[in-house]
Write a protein that binds this ligand. Structure first.
Ligand code: GDP
Ligand code: ZN
Length: 305
């Protein structure tokens, strides 16, 4: 029998088969993970082969090759990763201009990770109803910036339902990872899209302006016949896979387009002479905020070696 892992809580899994039957599942035997060093052998989104035992428990015998996956560093085993989800068609970052404001650095980090994992990314700005005129101008400027780089941007409000139909259409027939700081309205948006799910919403606490997350495991929800969303509670970032300093620029599409243009082939675009990227930042063809995000990530890599 074949199915998809929709939930993982350690040693127990939930499988959904094509006929929409759900099974509680366990692993049979040891699994090799394509040479991956991971603390968990199975991720939400994995397609698996299984048999049922006499108690109706599914025993997973095979994991199909993954089209992609996201992984983060394991917090308890050095040199190992923790698989979060696999076989993802697109990743949506839900951000807000107000209450709370999502930083551009955070957005850029998400985009770099999604480029590195080869998952198309979409930006959704929620709580449009709360924006002042000034906020709206700022939001427009951000849209112009990210649209020019090639990312799809959407404005939504779970309150007024602005953009909900458009968001729903974007999810159609796809497996979509939803990400964002808690408090941005992820659960509220999902509940608007499919009220049957009734995800728990958390009021943004007045003190920290950051909500408290209510669940800890990634979980996949079916919202239509062939549409799924993967909710990753508590996972703010997609996580960074190990990349060399020289690689980071490849995950900024506007920099990637200029590969080989600098004087030095291994230019990191910091202080090197003849750096075309720095020239483009000067002439505002590359956004300063994106460049600063790049430098921040470069510096972080530097301090880790
Ligand atoms: P999550 O942590 O991202 O899942 O956020 P929630 O869906 O729990 O929402 C956090 C808070 O923001 C709740 O108090 C929601 O009612 C509120 N909220 C969510 N979306 C909107 C929106 O579009 N407009 C306004 N005004 N409030 C919203
Ligand atoms: Zn350069």
């Amino acid at each position: 029998m074949k199915g998809k892992i929709i939930r993982s809580t350690g040693s127990w899994y939930s499988i959904l088969d094509e006929a929409r039957n759900r099974y509680d599942a366990r692993l049979r035997g040891k699994f090799k993970n394509e040479g991956l060093k991971v603390t968990n052998p199975i991720a939400v989104g994995d397609n698996v082969v299984f048999n049922l035992d006499e108690d109706g428990i599914a025993l997973i015998t095979k994991i199909e090759a993954r089209e992609n996956y996201i992984i983060r560093k394991s917090t308890h085993k050095t040199g190992h990763g923790h698989l979060i989800a696999s076989n993802i068609d697109q990743a949506i970052i839900i951000a807000t201009i107000a209450n709370p404001r999502t930083s551009l650095g955070f957005i850029d980090r998400f985009l770099v990770s999604s480029e590195a994992f080869r998952i198309p990314a979409i930006l959704v700005f929620n709580k449009e109803d709360l924006l002042s005129e000034e906020d709206k101008e700022f939001r427009e400027a951000i849209f112009d910036l990210y649209t020019s780089i090639g990312y799809t941007c959407m404005a939504t409000s779970a309150q007024t339902e602005k953009g909900i139909a458009e968001l729903k259409a974007t999810l159609e027939g796809k497996i979509t990872l939803l990400s964002g700081h808690s408090g941005v309205g992820k659960s509220s948006l999902v509940n608007k899209i499919d009220p049957r799910l009734d995800l728990k919403t958390t009021a943004v606490s007045g003190f920290s302006k950051k909500g408290v997350h209510t669940t800890t495991f990634a979980e996949m929800f079916q919202i239509a016949d062939k549409s799924f969303i993967i909710d990753t509670p508590g996972i703010k970032e997609l996580g960074m896979i190990d990349m060399e300093q020289g690689e980071i620029g490849h995950y900024f599409p506007e920099m990637r387009a200029l590969v080989g243009a600098c004087k030095f082939h291994n230019c990191l675009h910091v202080n090197e002479p003849g750096c075309v990227i720095k020239e483009k930042v000067q002439s505002e063809e590359i956004s300063e905020s994106r460049y600063y995000s790049y430098l921040g990530m470069l510096e972080e890599k530097d301090s880790h070696r």
